[in-house]
Design a protein around this ligand. Structure first.
Ligand code: GTP
Ligand code: SPV
Ligand code: MN
Length: 590
């Protein structure tokens, strides 16, 4: 047995406290009283603003340091012996350098502060696929968020008590200096502090809630490959057809590209009245296993939402609006005269008093809420939750969907020819960057399977592993590609999106049962005219053509961008991926 498994949580915590020197240690129990206590202390310290409690009971506003409002990919490292372990898309750090930096950043880093010990479970309490973790942090905002996002406290300690290995992580707020920010991961070897994750100088989302991207994606992706499962940046949803038959979808869209909104889909009137229903299982992360019947089963390891606020409204996402109107922590939204939260996308019912930084909001031209402002809301508050959310086995997938923001090139939906082609589509996915991470918004970059920032090991090995599912599993789901974000000549979205996306899911269901018709194009199978329901959308033929067209000139450029990307993978790029690329070129006769 490894040394770490013999260590008790207490011993590990004492070791960290010996280095970071907090004034006090609190072992969190996960109770409601504890949450309320933390909230009231934050209110007293002016770390939180209490929102209009009549309209938003249990809701608070938190303002981040203005240098700390999104994940910082340049500060995110995978620590290993060799750069080849982490591959070309991750930042590599040697164990030696990590050791030096860690000594530097941890020593006395919690002096005068409280160190909170946050044990948590990712996944249903009774699932053999769930994992346990313990995060120590000096930050009450992080603790409050962990209360909402995970099943935490005694429930997790109980599970550790059964002798389970657990993921250990250290979070130190520090001075939030972005140039001294480090989010370090140790998937294979650990330093003397015996921790899988060490994060300093950020208190924002994925940088600081270490259960989420750090554990459930980066560390978990490595563990998943070692143990025959997948840890993916995917939503999970259930669609019930009028005849009562249920279908399950997992969809990988990059950060701030529509996972939460698709998972929260509310069928439009026309579908609802015919008996279509949509229910949510997860909105950001899927852990996928091969079930006894050889199919892929997905479960949501999280217990809450950390969702993008701007764009959320009663017209785009009424279910989210219901969920976030109570017991929610809003981060970096604006404040109205009535002490209500406000963001771009909501109607301007009354004056906006302060912008997300807390300064008076003066000009209408400036954004009031930060583009990456977020809500933290308990999963259980979601009004249309699937009963399967606690199913320890997860749900069997009908289809896997890839997609992202593209103003051009990519049609509304198309189907892959087979598993290898589908893996190729995910692997070479190109998307416009969003505000969820620091960087140039709108620039097209390759974000394989929406995992570019989250795959903890070499991306070529990750592709190989995905390809190998063909021999590991039986009855693999079909792989589809969608794009809700195509624009017309005037720059407006062609597709209404949101609830209307159910039309695309209906087509996919039909395809999975051999009913919907499709047309072969060089890139895959697009819906044949009349095989997808576009009734009552007011589309003319030109618009329908814009939605589904595969433009040769656009694809010529796309193919050359894909080639550039594949070249960055070097000789390790899986042969099957290269073959698929060559076949695509042949089909186009480029
Ligand atoms: P992360 O939490 O960062 O992983 O993001 P996500 O993939 O869950 O993205 P989310 O659903 O929060 O969407 C981000 C933004 O895209 C929001 O501003 C949404 O309003 C907008 N959006 C989502 N779905 C659609 C759609 O179907 N059409 C259009 N036009 N916008 C959408
Ligand atoms: C993402 O960026 O994909 C998110 C938000 O889901 S964060 O938790 O900040 O990473
Ligand atoms: Mn995400």
């Amino acid at each position: 047995m490894e040394r770490s498994e013999l260590n008790s949580v207490e011993e590990w915590v004492e070791g960290i406290a010996g280095i970071t020197k907090p004034a006090m240690i609190i072992f969190c129990d996960g109770s409601r009283e504890e949450y309320e206590q933390i909230i009231s202390e934050m209110l007293m310290d002016d770390d939180l603003v209490s929102l209009n409690q009549k309209k938003y009971p249990g809701c608070y506003l938190y303002r981040s340091d203005t240098r700390d409002v999104a994940r910082t990919e340049r500060s995110t490292f995978i620590c290993a012996d060799e750069p080849s372990q982490v591959g070309p898309l991750n930042n590599f750090m040697s164990m030696e350098k990590a050791g030096k930096i860690t000594d530097d950043i941890l020593r006395d880093s919690m002096k005068g502060k409280i160190m909170y010990v946050v044990p948590y479970i990712m996944g249903p309490e009774n699932s053999e696929y769930s994992e346990v973790g313990v995060e120590v942090t000096d930050n009450p905002y992080v603790v409050a968020n962990m209360h909402i996002m995970t099943r935490m406290g005694q429930i997790a300690m109980k599970r550790i008590g059964t002798g389970r290995d657990y993921i250990r992580s250290i979070h130190v707020t520090g001075n939030l200096d972005p140039d001294k920010r480090y989010i370090l991961h140790f998937p294979w070897k650990r330093l003397d502090v015996d921790s899988h994750i060490i994060s300093v100088n950020s208190a924002y989302g994925g940088n600081a809630l270490l259960s989420k991207k750090c554990h459930a994606l980066r560390i978990a992706s490595v563990r998943a490959r070692e143990n025959g499962w997948l840890a993916e940046h995917m939503l999970i949803m259930e669609v019930e057809r009028p005849d009562g038959k249920k279908y399950y979808f997992a969809a990988a869209f990059p950060s701030a590209s529509g996972k939460t909104n698709l998972a929260m889909l509310k069928p439009p009137e026309e579908y609802a009245k015919n008996g279509w229903k949509a229910r949510l299982i997860g909105d950001d992360i899927a852990w996928i296993h091969i079930g006894h019947d050889g199919r892929l089963y997905a479960l949501n390891p999280e217990n809450g939402f950390f969702g993008v606020v701007p764009g959320t409204s009663f017209s785009t996402n009424p279910n989210a609006m219901k969920a976030i109107s109570r017991n929610t922590i809003f981060t970096n939204v604006a404040l109205t005269e009535n002490n209500e939260p406000w963001w771009e996308g909501l109607p301007r019912s009354n004056g906006i008093l302060k912008d997300w930084t807390g300064k008076p909001h003066e000009t209408l031209n400036e954004r009031a809420a930060h583009p990456n402002s977020r809500f933290t809301t308990p999963l259980r508050q979601y009004p249309s939750l699937s009963e399967e959310v606690e199913n320890p086995e997860g749900v069997p997938l009908t289809a896997i969907i890839f997609g992202g923001r593209r103003g051009d090139t990519i049609p509304l939906v198309f189907e892959s020819f087979d598993w290898d082609h589908g893996v190729y589509l995910g692997a070479t996915m190109g998307v416009e960057q969003t505000a969820a991470a620091e960087g140039k918004v709108g620039e097209v970059r390759r974000d394989p399977m929406a995992m570019r920032p989250f795959c903890g090991y070499n991306i070529s090995e990750y592709f190989e592993y995905w390809l190998s599912m063909k021999t590991r599993a039986r009855n693999l789901p079909g792989i589809y590609y969608v794009n809700w974000f195509r624009r017309d000549k005037n720059g407006n979205f062609i597709w209404p999106g949101f609830g209307e996306n159910i039309r695309v899911l209906e087509w996919i269901i039909g395809r999975s049962e051999g009913r919907s018709a499709g047309m072969e194009t060089p890139i895959g199978i697009v819906p044949s005219p009349d095989s997808i329901n576009l009734a009552n959308l007011g589309f003319d033929d030109a618009r329908i053509n814009d939605l589904f067209q595969v433009d040769r000139m656009e694809w010529k450029e796309e193919v050359s961008r894909i080639e550039t990307f594949l070249n960055t993978l070097g000789p390790e790029a899986p042969r099957e991926i290269i073959n698929q690329f060559n076949e695509l070129r042949k089909r186009f006769a480029f």
